[in-house]
Design a protein. Sequence first.
Length: 111
Amino acid sequence: MAAGDLKITDSAAMGEAANKIDQHIDVLAAIRKDMLRTLEDLGASFESGAANKHLGAMFAWDAKYHRIIEALIAVKITMGGNRDANDQRELDNSTHADAAVAEVEALRLPV
């Protein structure tokens, strides 16, 4: 079976998969929130070029975490999972959400 050939036809299995995706989203969102808090603290404390370089790297990682969260939400939605308040909050702050949903939709096979 190729990577894009995953088909889940059992609604209980789909629900379980959606719950696991939710758990991953929650963990990544918590990491991202802590990282942003650290960035705010560091930004207020440092003005040196070296510190700015590290802050830039942390902002780049923040963007990567956010992109992963968006993709997980997109997978959950396209599987038929419900978009909850946490998902909506992440998507409201997103510039890539539509693209993430479109990418997953392109891989989705008819069940």
